[in-house]
Design a protein around this ligand. Structure first.
Ligand code: DCP
Ligand code: MG
Length: 591
């Protein structure tokens, strides 16, 4: 997988070094039983204390070296795997940031979460595992085999039977275990998905008393997870003991034949002990290898899922996200800010059609054409689902048009550097989204280096200053996630302030005063007019009163532009507008 190359290039040196240390460790492990055999057979059997001390201290020395090596290797492996995991997670996060909305829509959001957290952890664990047992296990396995055969060829006949048997068990274990492991992971994803959806909708769930429904849904996903986990554990619990049993029978056989050999005088006691030690090392290393394989399967599945994210096209290079060590920290380019002042902010739609999903027939916008000069205000009116938000989304290029073109300042939005384009535009989304942090921080989101005066000014324009200043902590009031501790209208006004502090050329208000009372709305519009003489405004609403004094109004109906003109003109000649007018004022249109 290509995305891994970068990390391999970066971490290969400490990785190789860790592998080298592992080889040292394995060698020590392999030497110890032989030394012990010699201690017993030469030292103890002949009552030669010098030999015992010599061998004993060599063993102590070797073990100490092994310990130091292990500590060093643990340091290395946790450093490498942690830095690798952190970087991978950051890169993945950046990649997701760079996605067009279409791409984000395509992935399930919960699955993106799991990819960022669990999948990265799996790969990280595998990398760590590699540096603990990867070379060590095969080396130990082969080394122990060689040492055992060298030690005693006759006893090795037992190995010739036992080792292939265990290998077969291992392979069976993997064959049966792998698909089950993958099932566990899939079930885990679903549990995460259900949980995430529940938590984001917890208020609605409570309001509708849908506990039981949610509990059932969770129970279902959880039950599936348990089944998958039990099934995969069953494989482990059958094969694990079987392998140990085979090996133990082998050890008994060695003791049996060995004991016979000792009686006959051609095998020494120490040899038998060393031999069984090697057998245990072989079993141990084979199980290690199977563990690495299990980790490998999980990591591979995770890597594939992460790869799916990396192979998606980025809409733009997200150079503005600060990296860990502080390079690339975002600076607002003062020069470009100054330069872009002046009468800029024209918008042109030319025969624009748009659909979210090519496969789903009916386009959401059909053949829309209009243009807006700098400083003008356009109102977009239409019933729910008529395509107002979709139209607005095309201006900052949240989505790409299917046909036609959208131009800002005479240039097709697809020809812009996205950062440059979005610097011109501030949008107050229909669904207010505030972040955890203080009110001031949330407003400053619009312009990173905004001074307190600028923030306060923006809040005053948005009619938010009065309620913010009235609260005890003022602008330092902490908001919960999504701004839960504010009313809907308060959130909308902070959201407007956040857009205004950016000092954009184009301001898009998507139903941004829907939760604000009429009087406050009128005040906001009045201050906007005063402050923003050369600001191009797109005001989306379902209320005629919100758009009545716009320079002109677009009336959308089911994705089609059915009227364009001033309030009076539309009252005269637009059927849909007349209907909306009648339903909102109760007055008949006097012609
Ligand atoms: N739509 C879609 N996929 C999305 C968003 C919308 O398929 N991610 C569809 C649903 C509607 C149509 O697009 O049929 C128009 O949706 P809009 O959100 O543009 O509609 P409005 O903004 O006009 O509606 P509202 O006033 O409710 O905000
Ligand atoms: Mg909308």
């Amino acid at each position: 997988m290509k995305f891994l190359h970068k990390y391999i290039r970066k971490f290969w040196l400490p990785f190789i070094f860790a592998l080298f240390i592992l080889m040292v460790e394995a060698t020590i492990d392999l030497l110890l039983p032989t030394l012990m055999a010699s201690m017993i057979d030469v030292g103890v059997a002949t009552r030669n204390l010098d030999e015992v001390i010599k061998m004993g201290s060599t063993m102590v020395l070797l073990t100490s070296v092994g310990m130091v090596a292990a500590v060093l290797r643990n340091f290395l492996s946790s450093y490498v795997s942690q830095s690798f995991g952190t970087e991978l997670r950051l890169d993945l996060f950046r990649k997701i940031q760079s996605f067009a909305f279409q791409t984000i829509d395509k992935f399930d959001r919960a699955s993106l979460m799991v990819r960022l957290t669990n999948d990265v952890t799996q790969i990280q664990m595998f990398a760590n595992g590699l540096m603990r047992i990867f070379v060590r296990a095969p080396l130990l396995c082969i080394g122990a085999l060689i040492m055992a055969v060298r030690l005693n060829l006759h006893l090795s006949i037992v190995l010739a039977v036992v080792v292939p048997l265990i290998a077969i068990l291992l392979i069976l274990n993997m064959k049966l275990g792998f698909p089950r492991f993958i099932n566990v992971q899939k079930a885990m994803d679903r549990v995460n998905g259900v949980m995430r959806e529940y938590l984001s909708g917890v208020r609605v769930v409570k309001a509708f008393n849908q506990f039981q429904f949610e509990v059932n849904r969770f129970q279902h996903a959880n039950g599936n997870l348990v089944e998958a986990a039990i099934s995969s554990n069953r494989v482990l619990s059958v094969f694990g003991p079987m392998m140990v049993t085979v090996m133990n029978i082998g050890i008994v056989a060695v003791l049996w034949f060995g004991g016979y050999g000792v009686e006959q005088g051609h095998i020494k006691v120490g040899e038998i002990i060393a031999f069984t030690n090697y057998m245990i090392q072989i079993l141990f290393s084979l199980r290690m290898i199977s563990m690495v394989f299990t980790m490998y399967v999980r990591a591979k599945a995770s890597a594939e899922r992460i790869n799916e994210v990396f192979v998606e096209d980025s809409l733009f290079e997200s150079a503005s996200i600060p990296s860990l060590n502080g390079e690339n920290v975002f600076h607002v380019d003062e020069e470009s800010r100054d330069e872009k002042r002046g009468p800029k902010g024209s918008i042109e739609f030319e025969n624009v059609s748009f659909t979210y999903d090519e496969k789903r027939g009916e386009p959401v916008l059909k053949n829309i054409t209009f243009s807006l000069r700098p400083g003008e205000t356009v109102g977009i009116l239409g019933s729910t689902g008529s395509g107002k938000t979709s139209l607005a989304n095309l201006i900052p290029r949240f989505y790409d048009v299917s046909e036609g073109s959208v131009k800002v300042d005479g240039k097709d939005v697809r020809d812009y550097n996205l950062k440059e384009l979005r610097n011109k535009i501030a949008i107050v989304p229909q669904k207010t989204m505030l972040f955890t942090g203080t009110i001031a921080e949330n407003i400053r989101w619009g312009k990173e280096n905004a001074t307190f005066e600028e923030i306060k000014q923006a809040a005053m324009l948005a009619e938010a200053d009065s309620f913010i200043s009235a609260s005890p902590e003022g602008y330092e009031t902490k908001l919960g996630q999504g701004g839960v501790n504010l009313s809907g209208g308060q959130k909308q006004r902070i959201s407007i302030a956040r857009a205004l502090v950016k000092q954009p050329d184009i301001l898009i208000l998507d139903d941004s005063t829907s939760a604000v009372d009429m009087a406050t709305e009128a005040k906001i519009k009045a201050s906007l007019k005063k402050y923003a003489r050369d600001l191009t405004c797109v005001i989306i609403s379902q209320r005629i009163s919100s758009v009545i004094d716009a320079d002109f109004i677009l009336v959308l109906d089911n994705g089609k532009l059915v009227g364009i003109g001033s309030h009076e003109e539309l009252l005269k000649n637009c059927q849909v507008y007349q209907d909306i007018y009648r339903s909102q004022t109760g007055k008949e249109v006097l012609l």
